[in-house]
Design a protein around this ligand. Structure first.
Ligand SMILES: Nc1ncnc2c1ncn2[C@@H]1O[C@H](COP(=O)(O)OP(=O)(O)OP(=O)(O)O)[C@@H](O)[C@H]1O
Ligand SMILES: [Mg+2]
Length: 464
């Protein structure tokens, strides 16, 4: 019998004998066993008290092994017994609520659980046990929630990452993982994190943003969406460029809905975040090296492999390094309509970033040949930025043209121009058509995609 099972049966037998558990009371929570039913605050105290007794008795570090329903039932029973001995006066609803909350604390994500259940929270950032920030509607705010101490935080981090078969410890203190609900998790623990463990959870889970949501948020205008729909249907190669957390992956996800259902797609990601709706799709995820530094499967390995899988389009979640070269080659060789994202602040920077990444592949290509390759592979760069105060906007749709001498020529079709900052510190501005008619319009027309004739007339499309 494991220590945990021993703990559970001991608890159960203690309660069955009607033994007073008061001697188990936890000093950290005051051990007040005279809590009356009803009051929210009292319930909170009772909850902590019961939980800490459970924690004292059970080796909760082993809870991660407890996938089984039977074990969960046993723990639940232990909590029920504790609950009834500690305060038999609770009504049924209160008792059920209390038990659920303690189960969350024991088997779920503890203090993070209410944040993760809150649909308005899009990101949770933990900087050590006492500082937890959340993002709601683009605004970052400090949360009331805290962990008891660093150990408590580490325990929850361990539980989160071990759920998906990863681990963090002193020898591998960094971890990137994806939760079963699609959320992305990054954890860094001491000694690398200096002020206690750090945890970031990006929630895609429950309700990924759809095109209508982004239009409602004024992230771009219907004209821009229409152009992008045409571009994707006509199989233009597209790069989404943006800073950290600017909404690149979200946009890639949303735009992928325009890909016709009869095409074969291969997606490649470090931590799978994309939720493509198409049927004919092969999803692949890279693998970090194991503890001996072996067994890594890189993004580049996967792009190379994808080329042998007969895909119509290849979608790389994010280009960070040498895989960019293979991706561009794929774009140039019969996989038109491929898409990726990269980190850069402007479309021009995006091109420079591609050059750097190609160099990382260790090729001896002269710079001009490299640019040639980029300009013939990439048709469109969509730039997204997170502006001051939180709004995320598509700030530019830019066509990549040909080369003139050593330079790649680009032309901007639509853009967002920031006009100022409102009294809440939020940037505002207007979307504009620059008056440029993209040269790929013909390609769209050949595919039967007709855009309104005044689509590209120079004008203001919308104002915040
Ligand atoms: N237009 C938008 N309006 C409001 N929220 C958005 C918008 N686009 C994305 N978000 C939210 O912003 C967060 C970051 O989005 P996303 O993961 O797509 O960014 P990213 O650029 O891919 O980030 P990273 O650089 O970390 O990969 C998510 O929580 C997402 O739901
Ligand atoms: Mg991303």
């Amino acid at each position: 019998m494991s220590r945990l099972q021993q703990g559970i049966s001991k608890l159960n037998s203690l309660s069955n004998q009607g033994s007073s558990l008061s001697r188990l009371s936890s000093p950290s929570f005051g051990g007040n066993s005279t809590v009356g039913g009803g009051g929210g605050k009292n319930l909170e105290e009772l909850k902590r008290q019961i939980h800490s007794k459970l924690v004292e008795r059970l080796d909760l570090s082993r809870v991660k092994d407890l996938a089984s329903d039977a074990m969960r039932r046993d723990i639940r029973r232990a909590i029920e017994h504790l609950c009834d001995t500690e305060n038999p006066l609770l009504n049924r609803i209160e008792r059920e609520k209390l038990i659920e909350e303690i189960l969350d604390e024991t088997l779920g994500f503890g203090p993070l659980e209410p944040l993760l259940k809150d649909p308005t929270v899009s990101e949770v950032m933990v900087n050590g046990p006492r500082k937890i920030y959340v993002e709601r509607r683009g605004k970052i705010e400090k949360s009331e929630v805290t962990f008891r101490d660093n150990d408590h935080l580490l325990q929850i981090i361990d539980r989160i990452v071990s759920k998906v078969g990863r681990r963090v410890d002193e020898t591998s203190p960094l971890c990137d993982a994806r939760l079963p609900d699609g959320s992305r998790v990054n954890a860094v623990i001491p000694p690398i994190a200096l002020d206690g463990a750090s945890l970031s959870i990006r929630r895609f889970g429950a309700t990924p943003l759809k095109l209508e949501d982004l239009l409602n948020y004024k992230a771009f205008t219907p004209e821009m969406a229409m152009l992008l729909e045409g571009a994707i249907k006509a199989r233009l190669n597209t790069v989404i460029s943006g800073g950290t957390g600017s909404g690149k992956t979200t946009l890639l996800n949303t735009l992928s809905a325009f890909i016709p259902g009869d095409e074969r797609l291969v997606t490649i990601e470090d931590a799978a975040e994309l939720q493509l709706q198409q049927d004919h799709i092969v999803r692949m995820e890279t693998r970090p090296p194991n503890i001996e530094g072996k067994g890594a499967i890189t993004c580049r390995d996967l792009v190379k492999n994808a080329l042998r899988m007969r895909p119509d389009r290849i979608i790389v979640g994010e280009c960070r390094g040498s895989e960019a070269l293979d991706m561009l080659q794929a774009m140039n060789t019969g996989h038109a309509g491929s898409m990726t994202t990269l980190h850069a602040n402007t479309p021009r920077d995006g091109l420079a970033r591609l050059e750097t990444m190609i160099m990382m592949a260790g090729t001896e290509l002269p710079i001009k040949a490299m640019r040639q390759q980029i300009s013939s592979a990439v048709d469109l760069i969509i730039q997204v930025n997170r502006l001051q105060g939180g709004p995320r906007k598509m700030v530019s749709i830019t066509e990549v043209m040909n080369m003139e001498q050593e330079t790649i020529i680009m032309q901007e079709i639509f853009r967002f121009r920031q006009l100022g900052v409102d009294q809440n510190g939020r940037a505002f501005g207007q979307f504009e058509a620059t008056g440029v008619r993209p040269s790929f319009v013909q390609r769209l027309e050949q595919k039967g995609i007709k855009l309104p004739s005044n689509m590209f007339t120079e004008r203001v499309l919308a104002r915040d």
